[in-house]
Design a protein around this ligand. Structure first.
Ligand code: ADP
Ligand code: ZN
Ligand code: ZN
Length: 745
């Protein structure tokens, strides 16, 4: 170690896979007063130049001074990330065993990651000078346009920007220039608002009177807004959770603080955002910022900066919005907390729900997890008194809970997945002017293309999977790697022209319904039909209008939507969840079933839910039929406890993949030996080939570590990781560690 050099050393987070911090010398001419954690610097890295973030300023390095390279330039005059957020990211990097550089740089808006200025877009704004205020427009007799403009500006003391002036007067620029010459008008630059002011419809800005359960939840949370507490707001679908959030947010905003609202991507519908903006827009600090995947890079940066500067009081976003600076954060809300989309499944594999709790605890503020079907983890936290349950057991307003019924489809003839009973109920509901929603968990036309003469079936050339037939008969697509090819005209093995489509996806169900209900509008909602920007919005708007329609769709329909005129919901196949290899499959099936069912009868008219199944005696289904999610969850928790599965133990999944068949298994074998050297008592299962061994041309395998204590699992993972990085066999594979994995493949 060398400590003779008096020059400061910058400890930096640099984008890249290596789990370490890199030391640099300050850029030349840079004073120590300028150097603070959270600043970006441009630094040389190998033969490239990268943007990194300063973590610490130290007085020495483990490296010899001549080995240290000098940073090229300081990019910010003020830290773009506050200390507490840097601390959260460092915590996450250690917990999830992921490179701090990727954690931090990956959390920044793209433009900041690329080194652009952390500056919000500005616009020119025109305003009266004191002399302008004293001038009577009536004196400007020879210049009527200038007089009119003067009058307009006198009505807007805060000034007007160009779009507003365009609305007020045609060709206003020459007149405003004359007024400026006279010294009556000044111009300055100001930061743009995030959205145009919302047209406020007073019928929507008023809040309904909360029912007693909503009020009790609001009161409980409101009594302790100044310290950390985790709440599980467990309210049945349509019970008015969002209403509780809105009234609570109003309190937090009134206290001058900010609120972070995290929601699943699918839940972030224009309707929801509109509802927030209408209700909060009038309030001090009520500007609502948004962060989700649909924004341009520029919009993303502007929203991020509005939060960081405290100009936006509310941020609504998807999982990565968790890492946005919010200097006055007073509350975190995470809606649909059971939703899988809060877990990132590649790269930095974090769980935004768990990290949101960490952020709230570090900030000393409350956090609310909301769901009609809470995850077993969150219910376990309530049982352990780490979190407090707030119940909303009834639907809000006049809405009733829907009736759930099983349709036993054993021995029944199905027409593309639809039973005669279900079809006749669809008829009835449409006749009664209701809307119908049919749920099927599979998009495309048919999941299998098979030769009726020899049994050949279309497989993906790169995965252990079938190709799905899409768009009638035109294309085969693999849902695992995205590869596609034309549908075969004849069988490639026996030349037979007798190819059959097996099974049904959303497209085929849509076709079948069209033949039964030729006069009814059918809307298919899945990832294929909503790919074009705006198409989901326009379908949702059509549904809101309330005319009888049939909606056919996947998971996208299950979440968060409020469809007041849907009176019948049909689930075409409830069984798939009962036979999966994943230990979370039953939990997911139950959540999905109740969420889908929850779309029915949300307004005045009662709802009916029909569930097609081959397992009419399954006890889990019967809990759900009675809306008894607590007993359903209790049964599953008991099974988890007996099997010592999460939340009763903690898992980490080491995955590896390689184009060569044996490489992944070899690496994992060695990893298992290394792990045994570090901690002989550790439970390691595998290595085993992944449930779908070959995907996108790579062979995949996994090794599962289990421990009953989170802390201990952490400690020895931290010791194992550097050893894995140095193993020779590691260089022949792509590998990753998934701490608290949510999907076991
Ligand atoms: P959730 O978020 O639990 O699904 P929402 O807050 O969206 O429920 O409420 C469902 C519907 O009930 C919405 O149309 C909402 O405006 C209405 N609603 C909520 N609370 C009340 C209330 N206290 N009185 C009347 N209507 C309410
Ligand atoms: Zn054949
Ligand atoms: Zn494939």
């Amino acid at each position: 170690m060398s400590k003779f050099d008096s020059e400061l050393v910058l400890r930096m987070a640099i984008p890249g896979p290596l789990r370490r911090i890199f030391d640099y010398l300050p850029p030349s001419g840079c004073t120590s007063a300028q150097l603070q954690p959270g600043l970006r610097l441009r630094v040389p890295f190998g033969r490239r130049v990268l943007v990194g973030v300063l973590l610490e300023v130290a007085d020495h390095s483990e490296l010899a001074p001549q080995k240290l390279r000098r940073a090229e330039a300081l990019l910010d005059s003020r830290p773009i990330l506050p200390q507490e957020l840097l601390a959260l990211m460092r915590w996450a990097s250690r917990y999830y065993q992921h490179s701090i550089g990727e954690v931090i740089l990956g959390s920044l808006p793209t433009l900041l990651r690329q080194g652009q200025a952390a500056q919000a877009k500005t616009e020119s704004c025109w305003q009266l000078s004191p002399a302008g205020w004293k001038t009577d427009p009536g004196d400007l007799k020879g210049a009527p346009k200038q007089a009119a403009l003067l009058r307009i500006l006198q009505q807007h003391p805060a000034g007007l920007d160009a779009p507003s002036l365009n609305r007020e007067q045609q060709n206003w620029r020459p007149s405003v220039a004359r007024l400026q010459q006279k010294g009556w008008v000044t111009t300055h630059e100001r930061e743009c608002a995030l959205t145009l002011p919302v047209e406020t419809d007073s019928s929507k800005t008023g809040a309904p009177t909360l029912n007693r359960h909503q009020q009790a939840a609001l009161d409980t949370i409101s009594t302790q807004l100044d310290r950390y507490q985790c709440y599980l707001l467990n309210g049945v679908t349509g019970s008015g959770k969002t209403e509780v959030y809105l009234q609570l947010i109003q309190k937090i905003l009134a206290a001058g603080r900010q609120v972070l609202v995290l929601a699943p991507e699918i839940g972030l519908t224009p309707q929801l955002i509109q509802r927030f903006r209408e209700r909060l827009g009038q309030q001090r600090n009520g500007q609502v910022a948004l962060l989700h995947s649909g924004l341009s890079d520029r919009a993303r940066l502007d929203n991020w900066l509005a939060c960081a500067a405290g100009r936006a009081g509310v941020l609504i976003g998807t999982r990565s919005a968790l890492f946005t600076p919010l200097p006055n954060l007073g509350l975190i809300i995470l809606d649909e907390e059971h939703d899988l989309s809060f877990k990132q499944q590649d790269g930095f594999r974090y769980n935004a729900r768990d990290l949101a709790i960490v952020r709230a605890r570090k900030a000393g503020i409350p956090i609310i997890l909301g769901s009609a079907t809470p995850s077993l983890e969150s219910l376990h936290n309530v049982a352990q008194q780490r979190s407090q349950m707030l119940l909303l057991p009834e639907r809000a307003g006049n809405a009733q809970r829907p009736q759930l019924r099983l349709l036993d489809i054993r021995h029944q003839k199905l027409e593309q997945g639809l039973s005669a009973q279900l079809l006749s109920r669809v008829h009835q509901h449409l006749d009664d002017e209701g809307q119908v929603l049919l749920f099927i968990n599979r998009r495309g036309y048919a999941p299998v293309l098979m030769c009726h003469d020899c049994g050949w079936h279309a497989r993906c050339l790169r995965c252990d999977a079938h190709m799905t037939v899409h768009h009638g008969q035109q294309q085969l697509r693999c849902h695992h790697c995205g590869s596609q090819r034309p549908v075969n005209r004849g069988c490639p093995d026996c030349n037979s022209g007798n190819l059959h489509f097996m099974g049904a996806g959303t497209e085929r169900v849509e076709d079948t319904l069209a033949s039964h209900f030729p006069a009814t509008r059918i809307l298919r909602i899945d990832r294929d039909s909503t790919r074009r920007k705006g198409s989901l919005d326009s379908m949702l708007t059509e549904i809101q209008h309330g005319a009888p329609v049939i909606l056919v769709g996947t998971q996208m329909l299950a979440k968060g939507h409020h469809f007041p005129n849907v009176t019948l919901v049909g689930m075409l196949d409830a069984d798939y969840g009962l036979f999966s290899a994943d230990f979370r499959a039953s939990e997911r099936m139950g959540q999905l079933l109740l969420q889908v069912a929850g779309r029915a009868g949300r307004a005045e008219r009662p709802g009916e839910v029909l569930i097609q199944t081959h397992q009419p005696d399954n006890p889990l289904l019967h809990f759900l039929l009675r809306h008894d999610y607590p007993s359903f969850a209790r049964t599953l928790l008991k099974e988890r406890a007996e099997a010592q599965l999460p939340p009763y133990s903690h898992l980490a999944l080491l995955r590896a993949e390689s184009p060569r068949t044996e490489a992944a298994m070899q690496f994992l074998q060695e990893a298992k030996q290394q792990a045994a050297l570090i901690q002989p008592q550790l439970l390691a299962f595998g290595p085993l080939p992944a449930p779908m061994e070959r995907r996108a041309g790579r062979f995949r395998a996994q090794l599962l570590f289990q421990h009953h204590q989170r802390g201990e699992l952490q400690q020895w993972l931290a010791r194992l990781m550097p050893q894995l990085e140095n193993m020779k066999s590691a260089r022949k594979v792509r590998w990753s560690i998934d701490v608290d994995p949510m999907e076991m493949y």
